[in-house]
Design a protein around this ligand. Sequence first.
Ligand code: NCD
Length: 439
Amino acid sequence: MRLLPVLEGLHSAEAFNPGFLRAFLERTRALEAGPAEFQDALAGRVIATVFEEPSTRTRLSFESAALRLGAGVISVADPKTSSAVKGESLRDTARIVSGYSDLIVWRHPRDGASRLAAQAAQVPVINGGDGRIGHPTQTLLDLYTLYREWGDLAGRTVGLMGDLRNGRTARSLAWGLALLEARVLQLPAPGLAWEASFEQRIADRAGYALRHVRHPLFRTWTGEETARVLEPRLATQGWLFGDGVPLLERLDALYLTRLQEERGAAPRDGVYPGLRPAHLADPLLEQCLLLHPLPRRQELPEELDEDPRARYFEQARNGVLARQALYLAMLRAERWPLPELTPLPAGHPDAELGVCPNPNCITRAEGIPVPWRVAGKVQRLFLCAYCDALLPVDYAGCRSTLRLHPLHSPSVARIHPENLRPFRAREAAQRQGYTWSEA
Ligand code: NCD
């Protein structure tokens, strides 16, 4: 079976692993402590920033980071000035820009754009935000902001609040927190929670389980007194014998996010969670750091800016340091190596699956049939290899035994992921020599 090429660069926070993240945070600290040591690290290199969506912080901090390491910068800052308006495909643009630069930072409104750009580019691509699904470098600076305060993040509880469904910063941060063993409390606006398959992927990868906790403030924010928390499975076991839903006594950080209106988001009944000065007097938030990727709206009033728990301006400042550390890793500056990322499994092109079910997927804009990849351990999931959308697949075949099973049968979890093959219809599998097995 043909495979898509393994991707160079950083496209999704799913590619992080604990070894990479810990070494990354230490390297960022070294950059903060002694910037002089790094000032010529990338002399003679050219970084391209291609931003096909508005940005202030992300683009400027990427460019500042490049200049502070001695690299030069070329830039498409306004999508109206790039050839995309003349109908050039993302793949063509990626190939062209990679002839002019050693690394490309790309922001794009379509889900999965960074992965597609990386396949066409001959240099590493860093995702500067793609559609609704990923903003992994925002995660790096978010984690660094927490690491500066706490050192180890393990055992801390971090609440993610707002438009979780359409906001890429919270999605990416959830991976980072889980890989560093922090608890992920979900405080979504009504109707804007993550889909179950996203929660399941994180739980499977990090060895996490889902629990519920309660607090009266949650009702003020989300309309519900209980909230979902992803946490290490071992921690959950200790709770099994308790009665009812436990009260959350302490929140270590709260990550607020705005409503993603430009992505068509609207909260149910117009209710959107935000922080009010009175909330900060609650013992739950006594030690709680306040983070926000910015830009903010009403969810984070300016009156809170002088509160000693506010960290969002510092967070934005940390963007330069985190992006410097990432360039060093991506451009393999020999003196400062970092552990490898865990690349996403390569996708399998498969004309039988048709088009991606996600209308905002980059494959829909570029007219490509959906390639699939496997995720999940306890329960296998077939996802679009570009945008991670769950594919409408009901059957899974084993390529070594040529047996076909219902997707959710226990046998499927035992098949090695490399041997799995998705089918939408039994007849299609049978035409290819698979025999049906109920189990
Ligand atoms: C975020 C983004 O672009 O996803 N902004 C940023 O990079 N700091 C958050 C947002 O736009 O809401």
